[in-house]
Design a protein around this ligand. Structure first.
Ligand code: LLP
Length: 421
């Protein structure tokens, strides 16, 4: 459920007409709903009620500081994967002891940054990384909590580019090598080995792969405890999918996910962390765009928008489907038209949808891409020298621009021309 609904014949974000923001901010822009972000966070938090837990929002999904602060005020922790994300989380007011650091390639500088600023735990992904963290922590006179991410060799049955729990993926240590890797970790200075981490992929629409992975983690917990490790925290990752095509998708709910966690690891008396990103931010955001032209091709009509693949890369990159709706509510029963929905960027990959049936649209009409809050703005680029589009946050009957549109000068003046030219 989200808070983007038609009212009085026009799409609203909570209590603000989307067209009003479009007129004032210009298009394209990303638009987030505070109520939806908060609602989604709470669904996860409530799903884990009764067990010690922390919901660490995977901020790679949407990392504007206003979004982070909104969630942190609800009690969320953050899952970060770079020094930049760590700095953003801290700037947004998230305390270090609510930040977990994931990722296969943490650099020396990133490790030192997190150790200096404070960190809840590192989710370690390899032996060399473990040795590196141990060395830096010991040098700084610190002992840092770590979990070790295991690769359970489970097929998440999602898009290959976002599947992370198969043995051929770069993530985690093979689960059958866990005992020797934990033994190494326990022998190293500067590390407090407190738990196990797993994350098998993103946009999972079936709970079965989670269940397989979590059962393996539960078994491993007992094995490692028998080896003498004090396993007391399980980071179970993120990955729960969202309905992109509302008409025909019904992925499991956070409550189902929570029940599964309780069923699979609840008996272990561990603190649980989860790292949802997409389900918190995805349906809390729209990309709003304006029709520039409707163009008649040889055998089809092109709807040419002012938004493009550089603003929302998911369709080009993953063949992702996003529902695209007119901002003015179409009359019930209006005859639909098929469009290839495209942007102005100079390559054919700049196609959002082919043969999409929609109510007839004309130049200057506004459309909204649904489910664009996660992996939307954060994956945008300035390809074709198109400035990054603004981000806007709505709360009730008011809104704020939370990242303004850069001017051309702001964009191009980042280049420096060497003195010899
Ligand atoms: N934890 C870890 C360690 C992750 O790698 C990810 C996502 C998450 C949590 C959050 O997963 P979520 O709950 O959002 O599914 N750009 C792609 C998605 C990449 C996901 C990467 N890792 C897309 O647009 O579909």
């Amino acid at each position: 459920m989200d808070h983007f609904i038609y009212r009085d014949g026009t799409l609203h974000a909570e209590d603000v007409p989307v067209s009003r923001i479009a007129d004032e901010v210009g298009t394209p822009f990303y638009l987030y709903s505070t109520a939806t972000l908060v609602r989604h966070y709470r669904l996860f938090d409530e799903a884990l009620d009764g067990m010690p837990h922390l919901v660490c929002y995977a901020m790679k999904a949407a990392s504007n500081q206003a979004i982070l602060r909104t969630l942190a005020a609800e009690g969320a922790g953050m899952d970060v994967v770079s020094g930049g994300e760590y700095a953003r989380a801290v700037a947004a007011g998230v305390p270090g002891d609510r930040i977990v650091f994931s990722g296969v390639g943490k650099t020396e500088a990133e490790i030192a940054q997190a150790l200096a600023g404070g960190i809840r735990q590192f989710n370690v992904e390899s032996e060399p990384e473990m040795q590196q963290i141990s060395r830096i922590a010991a040098q700084m006179g610190k002992t840092v909590p770590i979990t070790i991410r295991v690769n359970p060799d489970v097929d998440a049955k999602t898009h290959a580019k976002i599947s992370t729990g198969k043995s051929e993926n770069k993530f985690g240590i093979p689960i059958d090598r866990a005992r020797e890797v934990y033994a190494l970790a326990a022998s190293l200075p500067g590390l407090d080995v407190i738990g196990i981490d797993v994350h098998i992929g993103s946009q999972l629409t079936d709970l079965a792969p989670f269940e397989l992975a979590y059962r393996k983690v539960a078994d491993l917990t007992e094995v490692l405890r028998a080896d003498g490790h004090d396993i007391r925290r399980l980071d179970l990752g993120g990955g729960l999918g969202i309905p992109y095509a509302r008409s025909n998708e019904t992925p499991p709910l956070p409550s189902d996910f929570g029940a599964l966690i309780k069923r699979t690891v609840g008996h272990l008396d561990c603190e649980v962390e989860i790292e949802p990103g997409r389900l918190i931010a995805g349906n809390a955001g729209l990309l709003v765009s304006r029709v520039i032209y409707v163009k008649q091709g040889a055998d089809r009509q092109f709807l040419i928008l002012d938004g493009a693949m550089n603003d929302l890369i998911r369709p080009a990159m993953y063949d992702a489907h996003h529902d695209i709706v007119p901002v003015v509510e179409p009359d019930a029963g209006i005859e639909q038209v098929a469009y290839d929905v495209v942007g102005p960027v100079c390559e054919s990959g700049d196609t959002f949808a082919k043969g999409r049936t929609m109510p007839p649209l004309a130049a200057d009409d506004l459309v909204a891409f649904r489910s664009a809050g996660a992996y939307g703005a954060v994956m945008a680029s300035e390809y074709n020298s198109r400035p990054l589009v603004p981000e806007v946050l709505v709360k009730g009957d008011h809104y704020a621009v939370i990242r303004p549109r850069p001017t051309f000068d702001e964009m191009i003046n980042r280049d420096t021309i060497p003195a010899w030219l």
